[in-house]
Design a protein around this ligand. Structure first.
Ligand SMILES: NC(=O)c1ccc[n+]([C@@H]2O[C@H](COP(=O)([O-])OP(=O)(O)OC[C@H]3O[C@@H](n4cnc5c(N)ncnc54)[C@H](O)[C@@H]3O)[C@@H](O)[C@H]2O)c1
Length: 240
């Protein structure tokens, strides 16, 4: 079950934004049907393009009649040895993970500034404890977490709370990551995750393990929490 689906089931009104229009449209339609036409819409955005970020947020505010929160989960992963990462791949990694995060945070700022709100960005444990072949991903997620702390400090005076979550949950990104590994490396990844995840499963479940934490972090129940990198990872990393 997707994050959007669980949030919508709790009555949250949502605009889903992604670059994969077919998937985004069908998720929005499915949720609308299941939740008896909850207020939900899909909008295309390429988060690497600032004008698209501004336009999609403007459209979302029009549709929703206001804005309380941004959950910015768009992300890119790719594997390569640090010494051979191509410039084009480096650009893609930094564009999606860093510039995309900054552009979307900037786009919602004018709307949240007037009455406060919450932003959740997505970091990664691998920023501080990288796996092999993920140096560029690690660098990009470290930057996301630094940016999150910086804007939490700058925007706190407007009542805007900004946190990062560091998940370890099964998603298409994890499937894609593992599909690109040699069989031996998949086995190595299993051993690493089995060793490191204290709670005994390799990855958590989006609906059960991640979404309740997202719901907490966007709600007033977490009104005294900002600027944090919050691991939701079964104990994968115990220090950050
Ligand atoms: N799943 C995990 O365990 C895990 C661990 C650490 C960090 N993360 C981070 O959590 C976030 C969500 O990851 P996920 O596992 O759901 O991955 P996912 O690949 O399933 O979802 C990422 C989404 O980002 C979208 N996207 C990519 N480039 C985009 C662009 N230019 N514009 C708009 N959308 C774009 C993709 O289409 C995809 O729907 C990511 O930032 C990821 O790096 C996930």
């Amino acid at each position: 079950m997707s994050t959007a689906e669980v949030l919508a089931a709790h009555g949250v009104q949502i605009v889903i934004c992604d670059i994969q229009d077919d998937i985004g449209e069908s998720v929005a339609t499915e949720i609308s049907t299941k939740t008896h036409n909850a207020k939900i819409q899909y909008q295309h955005v390429d988060v690497t393009v600032r004008s698209e970020c501004n336009a999609v947020v403007e459209a979302a505010v029009r549709f929703l009649g206001g804005l309380d929160s941004l959950v910015h989960a768009a992300g890119h992963i790719h594997q390569d040895a640090a010494e051979t990462i191509a410039e084009s791949e480096l650009d893609r990694m930094l564009d999606v993970n860093i510039k995309g995060t900054i552009f979307m945070n900037q786009a919602v700022f004018p709307y949240l500034k007037t009455r406060g709100g919450t932003i959740l960005n997505f970091g990664s444990d691998f920023a501080s404890e990288p796996l092999p072949l993920l140096a560029h991903y690690a660098a990009s997620k470290g930057a996301v977490q630094s940016f999150t702390r910086a804007v939490a400090r700058e925007w706190g005076k407007y009542g805007i709370r900004v946190n990062a979550v560091l998940p370890a949950v099964w998603t298409p990104m994890i499937d894609g990551y593992r599909e690109n590994l040699e069989a031996e490396s998949v086995a190595g990844h299993d051993v690493f995750m089995n060793d490191r995840v204290c709670l005994g499963e390799k990855f958590g479940d989006v609906e059960i393990d991640l979404v309740p934490v997202l719901a907490f972090l966007v709600s007033d129940a977490s009104r005294w929490i900002t600027g944090q990198s919050v691991p939701v990872n079964g104990g994968l990393s115990l220090v950050r």
